[in-house]
Design a protein around this ligand. Structure first.
Ligand code: GCB
Length: 593
């Protein structure tokens, strides 16, 4: 799905700002058709943002159910004969949209974009009104999965219920990413797919353009200065670029593929698609970027911050980008869901290697006595959702050079036999949608019990030795980690990235000898992991958990959230940040020698 970008043939209007908002506490909004009229008794709500931390109201912070958003907007009269669309970057976790009281679209899945044509509902001589119902209930058919637990028991407050989630991040909800309206002609460029390759002093850009309606396609590939380096005609073709400037780690060189659609000699649509010329391959126990082995340094991250929750925050994203560069990271994983397109643009441009994860998280630890992958829990319904969201993710991010791998899940119960047919289908889908990128699954299962390791190209391993296992015993890390990693390699012969390791650390808490929760302890944990990583050549990456402290549900192991950040939630470095900077800067220097 193309991002709604602007040019001489496409106009975009941003509907971000302050909307009217109302929580449907009694669950009557649908039956009372709130979308037909102005919402009553509303409060002000920013878009994009999670609604949870915006007010002082505990019931809104922990709200389960539907909330309603509404906003008036004008459409320029010059759009009268055009195709007009509304596009949401993401709404967590499901949305129904009405324009001027008429149903326009609905979407399930909290982290992916959706759009709809709305021309037939639009007024050009008076304001229009968009109403969005946002639901946040997670069940066994959603990604992530969850369940609502009712408490019709003595001593509980009447109507008490809770959203059970198995994942370790706060259940932020709302309109999280930009809402835009845009227009095109009725003959338009519907989609573009680009695959690049490199040969001797030359790069190839294989493109395919999907058009709707009629017209002839021409393409022009331009370098950063706007010079044309190749051109072509037709909906499919291969462009050759002499001596290309390759997209690389820390050097996200982007070309622009300008695609033009013309009708009878008149240009009717144009789209400027950024692309990077690079290759990514797995060979033996190595991952090769542009033919050279690469070692991943960086983090699992979250979209999370004070007040905004999971709402897009460009200032925060640029700050994080600068911190990633400062600390010498070259990669991150979009744990545990697709991140905003705006954030991914930064990674493309800065040359970060991104493991792009779908929101399959929390497929574990429940259903005592029952396997997770069974008809009552993670069943065919979940599989259908998983397959759809995997396809939507690949459709959104397929042209991004920063995306070097797809992650199909985080810490699923892959020790169960029934997980194998499930993941086989998900992985086959991903391979069909994109045969150019490796696929990984992020594992917590023991190497000897994993039923899916042979299906993927790279294994991501999460391990918390001397934290959840043997808490306080730093000496256990090296022998236990080495043995476990070797088993992964012996069993599957695939490159391994340690995709999570770390320790909760309260900034400002110190202890020598190191004790859990102190800054010294976090440094020691990472140093022990680093010793093992440096000794095993099939371990091709280290991503610390987590980049920054983040909000979680409340629980006895969380003190105002998860504190495994190398930065605090307001992005101040902990002691370990300085250690990692030294380590990663020196790894970079070694690689350059
Ligand atoms: C994990 C999960 C991650 C948690 C982390 C922790 O294994 O993948 O979502 O936040 O552990 O800190 O417990």
């Amino acid at each position: 799905m193309l991002y709604p970008s602007e040019n001489a043939f496409r106009e975009v209007k941003d509907l971000c700002g302050i909307w009217n908002f109302k929580a449907d506490n009694s669950g009557v909004g649908n039956s009372e058709k709130w979308y037909e009229n102005k919402l009553e008794n509303t409060i002000l709500m920013p878009v994009p943002a999670s609604y949870n931390d915006i007010t002082q109201d505990i019931s809104l912070r922990d709200f389960i159910g539907d909330v309603w958003y509404q906003k008036d907007f004008y459409v320029p009269s010059s759009w009268k004969d055009k195709r007009i669309l509304i596009r949401f970057g993401s709404v967590s976790h499901n949305a129904s949209v009405w324009i001027n009281g008429k149903y326009a679209v609905e979407h399930k899945g909290g982290y992916l974009p959706f759009e709809a044509e709305i021309g037939k509902f639009i007024n050009f001589d008076k304001p229009n009104c968009v109403t969005v119902r946002v639901g946040n209930i997670l069940d066994y058919g959603t990604l992530p999965p969850g369940k609502i637990e009712e408490y019709p028991f003595d001593d509980y407050p009447e109507g008490f219920r809770r959203q059970i989630i198995q994942h370790d991040f706060f259940h932020y909800s709302g309109i999280h990413r930009p809402v835009k309206i845009y227009c095109t002609e009725h003959d338009f460029i519907d989609d573009i797919t680009v695959v690049t390759d490199i040969g001797e002093n030359c790069g190839t850009v294989k493109y395919s353009v999907k058009i709707a309606g009629n017209g002839d396609v021409t393409v022009s590939l331009r370098d950063k200065c706007g010079n044309e380096v190749a051109s072509g005609n037709g909906e499919n073709g291969v462009l050759k670029v002499e001596n290309p400037h390759l997209w690389n780690v820390g050097d996200g060189y982007l070309y622009t593929l300008e695609v033009k659609l013309s009708n009878n000699g008149r240009t009717v649509d144009l789209y400027e698609q950024k692309i990077g010329i690079r290759t990514i391959k797995v060979e033996g126990c190595k991952i090769l970027l542009n033919g050279k082995p690469v070692h991943f340094t960086g983090f699992g991250r979250h979209e999370d911050s004070n007040i905004h929750g999971k709402g897009l925050d460009n200032a925060l994203n640029i700050k994080d980008n600068n911190l990633l560069k400062w600390i010498g990271a070259n990669s991150f994983r979009t744990s545990h869901y697709p991140y905003s397109e705006e954030l991914m643009d930064i990674a493309d441009e800065e040359g970060f290697l991104v493991i792009d994860e779908c929101s399959a998280v929390g497929f574990n630890f429940w259903g005592a006595g029952k396997p997770v992958f069974c008809p009552e829990l993670i069943s065919d319904e979940a599989l259908t959702t998983h397959i759809r969201e995997m396809k939507e993710l690949i459709a959104r991010d397929k042209n991004r050079p920063c995306v070097i791998m797809w992650s199909v899940a985080n810490e699923a119960a892959t020790y169960e036999e029934s997980s194998r047919p499930y993941f086989k289908k998900v992985i086959d889908t991903a391979r069909q949608a994109d045969s150019t990128r490796p696929i990984t699954i992020i594992e917590h299962t023991k190497a000897n019990e994993c039923k899916v390791g042979d299906l993927v190209d790279v294994i991501g391993v999460n391990r918390y030795f001397s934290w959840y296992n043997d808490p306080g015993y730093l000496d256990t890390i090296e022998p236990r980690l080495t043995a476990e990693l070797k088993r992964w390699y012996d069993n599957f012969r695939k490159p391994v990235i340690i995709t999570e390791f770390g320790a909760d650390t309260v900034a400002g808490m110190h202890s020598d000898p190191p004790q859990m929760f102190s800054e010294e302890y976090q440094v020691e944990v990472i140093k022990h992991y680093a010793n093992v990583i440096d000794s095993l050549d099939f371990v091709v990456g280290e991503q610390v958990w987590n980049f920054a402290d983040f909000q979680t549900k409340q629980g006895i192991t969380r003190v105002l959230g998860n504190k495994k950040g190398i930065f605090t939630r307001d992005r101040s470095p902990k002691m370990a940040a300085h250690y990692l900077k030294e380590r990663w800067d020196s790894l970079k220097k070694e690689a350059e020698l």
